[in-house]
Design a protein around this ligand. Structure first.
Ligand code: SF4
Length: 361
């Protein structure tokens, strides 16, 4: 088979290294199909904007990109990643292994002959050490199918090189954390508008990852078993509260978050908003057994009183965080939607100092 008939499937983060790895192989005349994996912890919004993202990647980098949802399996992986966590709640080695396993499964349907990544030997302390790179190859089952074009000359030849699909002499020997060689190579390819190296993974973020860690460590009102993609997405939007009745309240901070909350709402959620004054959309969600534990025993017999009390509090918080007007302390109409059922209640803003202890970190 000639090189032009060979397809390489690339793990594509969208960062400079993955762009360059794809371009180095495409430059040898092979077809490169870049797969962008997403989960609610990284790049999930790409799913809803697939075509514009694909068009953007093609326009900027000449790359054919597909977007794949890796969520299924990822939430389970976080229970006990075999290779542990990095500095935060980032299971980078197991994450790479999962991506490669999924890429290997995709080879038949995409007609790919091998897989490539933009990994650079020694660039990251946890996942890009020489021994770790070998563990990733072994545990993902991709073995010699995996080519790392940016450091290939420092690694054992992969199948693509051994079979002559790619010319090893035209691969690279990048090593370590420096970026100057990547930037020079990008310039050679005419790439100037590449993203900054800092990634957008919530699990690697020192503050945001704590919210997820607490859930998996059993220190949250949510349980890891109850976690879904929808729940994870809610965790990172807006102002968050756990109300005294044990219900989870999220208030949008701007129009974009209000729209997100409306889109994420699911059956059983209560939605609140003011119709006569600009302000937050609120989503109130019952969160299961932990909610009942948080209530007085008298209340645990029925969830209804706690919910109705919390709806009143939620309405008062919607008014509190609404656009302030001259008659700010006046009661305002708040529309409450529960499924098909619509009602209106009058609510006054909660006073500062009365609700801060309900805020979630
Ligand atoms: S930073 Fe996040 S997306 Fe990247 S390898 Fe680690 S866990 Fe996976």
């Amino acid at each position: 088979m000639s090189s032009s008939q060979i397809t390489a499937l690339a793990l594509f983060s969208g960062g400079l290294d993955s762009i360059l790895a794809c371009r180095v192989i495409a430059d040898q005349g092979l077809r490169v199909l870049a797969v962008k994996f997403v989960t609610p912890f990284f790049d999930y919004d790409r799913l809803a904007a697939r075509s514009s993202y694909q068009a953007e990647m093609f326009r900027h980098y000449g790359l054919e990109v597909i977007v794949e949802d890796l969520s299924s399996g990822y939430l389970d992986l976080l229970h006990h990643p075999q290779h542990g966590f990095g500095r935060n709640f980032n299971p980078c080695i197991d994450c790479k292994i999962l991506m490669l396993q999924r890429a290997k499964e995709m080879m038949a349907e995409t007609g790919a002959s091998f897989i490539l990544t933009g990994e650079v030997l020694g660039q990251r302390p946890m996942s890009q050490r020489r021994d770790t790179l070998r563990i990733i190859e072994r545990d993902s089952g991709v073995g010699q199918l995996l080519l790392r074009p940016l450091s290939a000359k420092l690694l054992a030849p992969s199948e693509a090189e051994a079979r002559g699909w790619v010319d090893r002499d035209r691969l690279l020997d990048f090593n370590g954390r420096g970026r100057s060689r990547q930037i020079a190579l990008a310039k050679n390819f005419g790439i100037t508008d590449f993203p900054a190296p800092a990634g957008g993974c919530i699990l690697a973020d020192p503050i945001l990852s704590r919210r997820i860690a607490r859930i998996y460590q059993g220190h949250s009102f949510l349980t890891a078993q109850s976690l879904t993609v929808n729940t994870v997405r809610l965790l990172f939007i807006g102002r968050q509260f756990l109300l005294p009745g044990g219900n989870w309240l999220i208030l949008g901070r701007d129009a974009a978050e209000n729209a997100q909350l409306t889109a994420i709402a699911q059956a059983g959620d209560t939605m609140l908003l003011m119709t006569t004054r600009p302000g937050p959309t609120a989503l109130l969600r019952s969160v299961g057994p932990r909610r009942l534990e948080a209530q007085d025993s008298a209340q645990t017999e029925s969830s209804a009183p706690a919910l109705s009390d919390d709806i009143l509090l939620a309405a008062s918080l919607v008014v509190r965080f609404g656009k302030k007007t001259v008659d700010y302390t006046d009661a305002v109409t708040v529309t409450v939607t529960q499924g098909e059922h619509l009602s209106e209640i009058m609510a006054s803003p909660l006073l500062d100092g009365s609700f801060q202890t309900w805020a979630l970190a």
